[in-house]
Ligand binder design. Sequence first.
Ligand SMILES: N[C@@H](CCC(=O)N[C@@H](CS)C(=O)NCC(=O)O)C(=O)O
Length: 219
Amino acid sequence: MIVLRAKNIAFDVTYIDLRNKPDWFLAISPHGKVPVLQVGGSAEEGGQALFESNAIAEFLEDAEQPHLHPEDLLQRARNRAWTDFVPTFAGGLSALYYASSEDGREERFAAARQRLGKLEAALAERENPGPYFNGPELSLVDAAYAPFLQRFRHVDRWLQSGLLQEFEQVSRWADALGASDVVSGSVPENFFAEFNGNMQRRGFLVGRLMAENPEVSAG
Ligand SMILES: N[C@@H](CCC(=O)N[C@@H](CS)C(=O)NCC(=O)O)C(=O)O
């Protein structure tokens, strides 16, 4: 969604209830996961479905201007390498809030710090002043990390881990992504209410904190 918005491509969106996936969705999503991009109309109209966010992003990059990958081939490869780190990074952050109790807290924090540290080093050694990964324009790396940083900034209002603040470059990057309309408008209005409901329903510690203090202020 972020890439579609960054490239100003017209699209329709259908949200899927992941607890009750419709058959038509399962037919086009081999792993039963979102996102799926349906290109060129529905299957009956001869359209094609694409799955896996990176594959979708790279397809959109090849198909539509403006280009979000840098021109320089080495930089482009480095960007792709950092995009490959997203699942590891996201797993480290989400483990902090997919936790039902304080047990294992130290290990979770250590794992998250290790991953944040790698990203901090990557941001520190890039040769541009930001605010995004490659400079003033949003790139595919930004699009790949933004949802996870956006969710973490949200839950950390309750978790109060203070972890992002330990990593100055990541923290500034997360703030810049949070301030981007392309990123903030990529989720529906009720997204964070649904997200909080999910945390509470699944009995996570952060869900209990949300229930106790629903009005905790932003940032
Ligand atoms: N590697 C996939 C991961 C997608 C993914 O994990 N999607 C989650 C939501 S963020 C999902 O659809 N989960 C539903 C399920 O696994 O049943 C991608 O990047 O597209």
